[in-house]
Design a protein around this ligand. Structure first.
Ligand code: ADP
Length: 244
């Protein structure tokens, strides 16, 4: 998180951000469900300049067998960045960051997925980041949740994610890569929109108590916008399916 010398660029006198958005305006979000033939479920998302595809397999046999659980199914998530997804070629081996993000995405999805119905099986979620531009874990989570629903995995609720943050001493919705690098705080949030339960909350940066509250509220408002787009993606998928 950077200093205040970049504030003029990040937020102008009219309250317009470096990419032309207002403080409460998300980037353009497009989600398509059922984009892959060979996965049980899939989704593609464009969240600003993030481009991400998620594929789901399962419930299926667990390999290696020792990972299986007689009481419940297990969820496995891999978040992976393509070498060309960022400006400097990313090395293909899994980085610590990718391992951490895989873990937080899994933990954010777990409360929603009814794995207890499928003991001794695994549900695998593979997320490929084709292009990253800040907020990729939230966008990946949004695509993964739609892919799980597209696979017909029983879910208690959808999972919807969006980050909020602080730039130029102002709380803003959905920070982009430039704001992430030069801004003051980044807070990815995910909720189960019907229950309201928060399933992901991270914070990189420093906020006062009031800013913290406002940042969570802003992130949750973003999640609700995402939820409408997720529902539409699934409805369009099923409509198309019925017509075929
Ligand atoms: P998130 O993508 O969830 O915001 P980070 O805050 O860790 O996660 O990363 C912010 C952004 O930094 C990413 O979206 C991406 O645009 C960029 N980034 C991440 N890893 C790399 C990397 N290895 N090389 C260059 N840019 C990267």
């Amino acid at each position: 998180m950077g200093g205040r010398e970049t504030d003029m660029v990040l937020l102008d006198a009219n309250g317009i951000r470096c990419d032309g958005r207002r403080v409460d305006e998300p980037r353009r979000i497009m989600i398509r469900a059922g984009v892959l033939h060979n996965a049980n479920g899939s989704a593609y998302i464009e969240f600003g300049d993030n481009k991400i595809v998620a594929g789901v397999f399962g419930p299926r046999d667990v390999h290696p067998k020792h990972q299986s659980n007689a009481e419940t199914g297990i969820l496995r998530v891999r978040y992976h960045m393509q070498p060309y997804s960022v400006t400097e070629r990313k090395r293909p081996a899994p980085s610590r960051r990718e391992i951490e993000i895989s873990k937080v995405i899994k933990e954010a999805l777990l409360p929603a997925v009814m794995l207890e119905r499928f003991p001794r099986t695994a549900v695998d979620v593979f997320v490929e980041i084709l292009q990253a531009d800040g907020g990729s874990r939230c966008a990946a989570l949004d695509a993964a949740a739609v892919a799980l629903a597209d696979a017909g995995i029983p879910m208690r609720d959808m999972v919807s994610a969006c980050a909020a943050g602080k730039v130029a001493d102002t709380i803003v919705l959905d920070i982009n890569n430039e704001e992430d690098q030069a801004g003051q705080a980044d807070m990815p949030v995910a909720i189960m929109p019907n229950s309201g339960q928060v399933t992901l909350l991270q914070l990189d940066g420093v906020l006062t108590r009031d800013e913290y509250r406002k940042c969570i509220e802003t992130g949750i408002a973003g999640c609700r916008l995402v939820y409408d787009i997720q529902k539409r993606a699934l409805a369009e998928r099923h409509f198309k399916g019925a017509g075929q």
